[in-house]
Design a protein around this ligand. Structure first.
Ligand code: CMC
Length: 444
């Protein structure tokens, strides 16, 4: 079903009313629908053409590209201007001066913490980093080469069996406890899924360390009695976590909300979010960028590669975005973090290729006219590789901070009296009213 033309008839009798008048040419009936916040209600559309026997009109929107599914006060994006704000605070300021746990508090609670609230929050998260030993056994049961995202989504789903009270989602105290547990345990489960594939022993959390330091310790600690991460690396990870903490109604957030709308416990809902993020169209682009840079190999090969992109042979991965039609604000911040990480790890030679690609693309008519700018994934793969993560871990590094955003959105859903169980309509295209012939007769 292709998109049909929408005709615009300009009429002189303009009113200032916030309504939409629609004439149904099948019947000649006219309808006036309220416009609120730039939207009309799908339920109002459903009244168009509705009779005793006939259903009313519905909207067809695969991928929800033009359907608002919720009112939300968590994250604001203006893609044309390259603006991203969490609870009204610009991402640039948060990345520069905040910490991931403070940002997680902001997303969940809607406002910045006082000193007491902050200390209490950090204390709670720090002391919930351990997981039940049986969960460790469950993870150890995976095949030696299990994908870390498969391990993460299964172990997060399994957490619901350790905290059966979590299903009591109407109780604010119970909700709070599960939110703390989830944010606290994600680095532990993520790090263990990384160690598993390497055949290395799982490292227990170290509660003397900060959130990102502890994560690095669980990832990389070997026989040393105390792991001391380089502060520049933990700071870079802190920035990456802040940048990935939320991004309004994307595929995985929509999955969390959709599954959560059945009133299941938050572990199961977040596990669905991780499953959505696992897909290459969502969490996997930075891995594709890295593969592309490795293929281009040197700066000299960049012009020929760009020509290939312009001829439609392939895409310049890490460029373009469904929402941002300007420089993705997260890409600017990541570019700076890349320099900080390379100070510690030594420069990845692919950086030169990436910079040349960016320079040429930003000046080229093909990319300029299509408003294609670097997105968050253009530089993040380079950082992750410098930190010695295999590509399969990149999405785990996305899922850990995004948990804060998923939970903020889940809380909003649970408290929103307008929300119902997610249940889209369909346009049925199959057969009808066939007569069933039993197998014995059909096959004789
Ligand atoms: N390289 C070359 N041409 C491109 C690219 C690209 N990366 N992206 C879009 N175009 C062209 C596309 O060919 C089309 O040209 P034309 O009008 O001549 O047919 C035009 O730009 C519009 O593209 P589109 O596919 O309609 O745009 P979209 O909004 O549907 O796609 C996108 C957005 C991100 C899927 C796409 O830009 C893309 O494939 N980028 C590369 C993959 C990538 O970096 N993905 C990560 C996105 S950020 C993840 C996140 O925020 O979580």
């Amino acid at each position: 079903m292709g998109s049909a033309t929408v005709f615009r008839h300009r009429r002189p009798n303009v009113t200032q009313k916030q309504t939409l008048t629609v004439r149904d040419n099948r019947t000649g009936d006219e309808y006036e629908l309220d416009i609120t916040d730039g939207t009309i209600r799908a339920s109002d559309v459903g009244k168009i053409g509705k009779t005793g026997e006939e259903p009313g009109l519905a909207v067809y929107d695969p991928g929800f590209t033009n359907t608002a599914s919720t009112r939300s006060a968590v994250t604001y994006i203006d893609g044309d201007r390259g603006i991203l704000e969490y609870r009204g605070y610009p991402i640039e300021q948060l990345a520069e001066s905040s910490t991931f746990l403070e940002v997680a508090y902001l997303l969940i609670h809607g406002e910045l913490p006082t000193k007491e609230q902050h200390d209490q929050w950090v204390h709670e998260i720090t002391f919930h980093t351990f997981v039940h030993e049986n969960l460790k056994s469950l993870m150890q049961g995976f095949r030696y080469d299990a994908h870390p995202m498969g391990m993460l989504l299964s172990s997060v789903g399994a957490l619901s069996t350790f905290y059966p009270e979590a299903r009591n989602i109407k109780d604010p105290q119970v909700r709070h406890e599960q939110i703390v547990r989830l944010i606290a345990k994600m680095p532990t489960l993520g790090a263990w899924s990384f160690r598993h594939a390497q055949g290395k022993p799982y490292v227990y959390p170290d509660n003397d360390l900060t959130y990102t330091e502890n994560f690095l310790s669980m990832l990389f600690r070997m026989s040393e009695s105390k792991y001391e991460p380089d502060p520049r690396l933990s700071k870079a990870l802190e920035v990456l976590f802040i940048l990935h903490a939320d991004h309004e109604q994307n595929c995985s957030t929509n999955a969390v909300r959709s599954v959560g709308s059945s009133q299941v416990d938050p572990y199961s809902a977040v596990s669905a979010g991780i499953a959505a993020l696992y897909g290459p169209l969502h969490g996997g682009a930075n891995e594709a960028v890295l593969r592309m840079l490795k293929r281009i190999k040197t700066k000299d090969n960049v012009p020929a590669f760009i020509e290939g992109v312009k001829n439609g042979d392939e895409r310049l991965m890490g460029f373009g975005h469904r929402v941002y039609k300007n420089y993705d604000p997260r890409a600017k911040i990541i570019k700076k973090a890349t320099e900080d990480v390379f100070e510690v790890t030594g420069v990845n030679p692919l950086l030169e290729v990436a910079q040349e690609l960016e320079k040429i693309a930003l000046e080229d008519e093909y990319f300029v006219s299509r408003k294609l700018y670097p997105n968050v994934d253009f530089y993040s793969g380079l950082i992750y590789e410098a930190l010695q993560f295999p590509p399969e871990m990149f999405t785990v590094l996305f899922a850990i901070p995004r948990t804060a955003g998923w939970l903020a959105q889940w809380l909003e859903l649970v408290d929103d009296p307008e929300q119902k169980i997610a249940r889209p309509k369909q346009i049925y295209t199959g057969e009808r009213q066939l007569d069933f012939i039993p197998a014995a007769q059909r096959w004789s």
